[in-house]
Structures are given as C-alpha cells and as structure tokens.
Design a protein around this ligand. Sequence first.
Ligand SMILES: Nc1nc2c(ncn2[C@@H]2O[C@H](COP(=O)(O)OP(=O)(O)OP(=O)(O)O)[C@@H](O)[C@H]2O)c(=O)[nH]1
Ligand SMILES: [Mg+2]
Length: 353
Amino acid sequence: MKFLDEAKVYIRSGDGGAGSVSFRREKFVEFGGPDGGDGGRGGDVWVEAVNGLNTLIDFRFQQHFKAKVGMHGMGRNRTGANGDDVTLKVPVGTQIFEEDNETLIIDLTKEGQRFRLAKGGNGGFGNAHFKTATNQAPNWANPGLEGDEKTIWLRLKLIADAGLVGLPNAGKSTFLAAVTRARPKIANYPFTTLHPNLGVATIDGREFVLADIPGLIEGAHEGVGIGDRFLGHVERTRVLLHLVSSMEENVGKAYKTVKTELEAYGGGLIDKPVIVALSQIDVIDEKERKKKAKELEKASGQKAFLISAITGEGMTDVLRALRDVIIEASGSGETALPDRSTPIQDFDEDDEA
Ligand SMILES: Nc1nc2c(ncn2[C@@H]2O[C@H](COP(=O)(O)OP(=O)(O)OP(=O)(O)O)[C@@H](O)[C@H]2O)c(=O)[nH]1
Ligand SMILES: [Mg+2]
C-alpha cells in the first residue's frame, strides 16, 4: 500500500572548492613562496522538524535539494568561501528512509530536531600546504572532495495523543474545532477533510494533541473513498475516539464498518484503546438517544458516550476519558505536546566543520 503522505526527494551536498596554486609576487622578490589558499567546504543537506506543518505536500513540487558548492581557494592564502547548507523543513513526525523506502535513516519526532543527511565535500588544500624543506615551490594543489548525492523518501506519521476516526460526516472535524483552536473545514458532505488536522485540547488544566483525519468508508482498505492511507497518521496515537453519528439509521453497522477498516489496515490500530461516542445527539430526542446508545454499546461491547459538539453536551466527559487513557498509556503522563523548550538536537557527532 502506498502511503499518501510520502515524497521522494533527491538531495546533493556541495562539492568542496579546489585548492589554489599560486606564488607570492612581491617587488624585488623574484620567486616568492607558494601562497595558494584552500578551497571552501561544500554545503551540507540537513533536515529539520518544524511545527505548523502537517503534510508533505510541498515536497511533491520541489523534489531536488542541492547545497551550494565551496568556492575555490585563491592566491595570497585566501580560502574559498564555504557553500551554503540547504535544510528541508518537514513536519514533526516525518521519517526519512533510504532509497529502498525501507531502511530508516531518522525519525524526527521533536520540534527543532535536526539531522545531517549529506555532508558537503571538504575543500582541497592549496599549494601553500605542500611546501616542504626539499620543495619550496610545490606547483600542485588538491581538488575539492565531491559532495554526496542520494535519493531519499520522506514519510509522515503525525505525532498526536488521540486520533479521531469514523465515517464521513460523523462530526470529527466539528469535534476538533469545538475542543481546540484548530479550524478544520467542516461541511455536510462526505470527505470534507482531505488532509489531517491537529489541535491541542485542554481538560482540567491538562493538554493533549488531537488528530482529525478524513472519514473511512467500507472498502477503504481497498482504496474506496479516499482510502485508509491517512490512518498512518493515527498509528502513533495512544487512543482513538471513534465517532458514530446519531443520524445513522443503523449505528451498530456504522460502527462495524469502521472497525473492519481499522482491522484491515493493521499497523496495530486494532490493539489501541478506543473510546466510542454517539455524536450529534442534539438532532435526536431522548428516546432515540437511549435506543441508539444501546445499539452502539451492543455492537462495540463497551460504553458509548453521548455527545454533541454543537451544544457541548457530554464533551467534558469524553475529553476526561481520553485524557485518562492517555495518562495511563504513557505512564509518565507525558503527551505529544510540542515542547518549545527542546534545544536543537544534532545527532551527528562528528561534525568537525
Ligand atoms: N447538529 C449537529 N451537527 C453536527 C454536529 N457535529 C457535526 N455536525 C454537522 O455534521 C456535518 C459534518 O461534520 P464534519 O465535522 O465536517 O464531519 P467529519 O466527520 O469531519 O466529516 P469528513 O471530514 O467528511 O469525514 C456538518 O454539517 C456539521 O455541521 C453536532 O454535534 N450536532
Ligand atoms: Mg472532517
């Protein structure tokens, strides 16, 4: 299965500049010594995780990233300028793979995390370096080393604590908008949501990250609708919130359709804790609520919360339930909140430049 939020990118670090062959020219000195400077270092290619991005769509339009080459050395011992680095800015949660799309290079899970994907070539030594007791006038210099080039894959699996799943129109985006500051597109037609949205929910003074993804329909794992490709974005959550609309004629069937797709997707989704809620309850009366809640509990074998993102009914209870599972599942109570105090992490220790 091809994961939607994936991009193939060609990267190339800069070649080092060549060393220079040059001899001093001074008044009254006929044969000055060698003074050829070194070439500059080629630029590196880096990747950096940033907040505020939630897709890799930009990488489909720009697929080549090349750092600048180092400048050549010059006479009078002038070193060539280093080539500028180039940095791919990717959403937090992006994994970088080798060209085989299987071998993981790095998983960027924290804001500000940086990793060097390709190191620029070193500049060559100028002839001034090669002066020895027996050779006062070397007439050669080193060329710069070549940069590295390779093709890599970027794959995004968002980092969130809770993920919203359900059929189209179940009210997932409305839920996200009601409990966070995210402003996803909401409308009464299926597949309004075409890319994942993230928001930070607060309950009893604690915060957690909630992800909203496109709706699933029967056959999603075979590509029906917009398929199950976005389920990768809830793979890393600790809990799923499965919304079933009160407008569904048969809520048990609606529940099972989505459950079947979660199962078919794999990725450990079916083993995640799930909270089930009957959504949009403001559109039905008390009697209908009781009946549908019972049907849903029967189908799911667990408690069904009754909620309305419009009137706010039941919302606090379901948020508390999510928070409790997140705390329990994480042990420490740590959440996927963007930690703005995280220092820039540089995983490459041998950077001598
Ligand atoms: N009355 C009522 N309407 C709701 C509620 N929640 C959502 N809606 C409406 O239901 C429709 C679908 O809501 P969305 O939030 O876009 O549904 P979704 O699950 O994100 O849908 P997709 O993105 O297509 O999968 C919109 O017209 C919403 O205004 C609710 O609690 N009460
Ligand atoms: Mg939506």
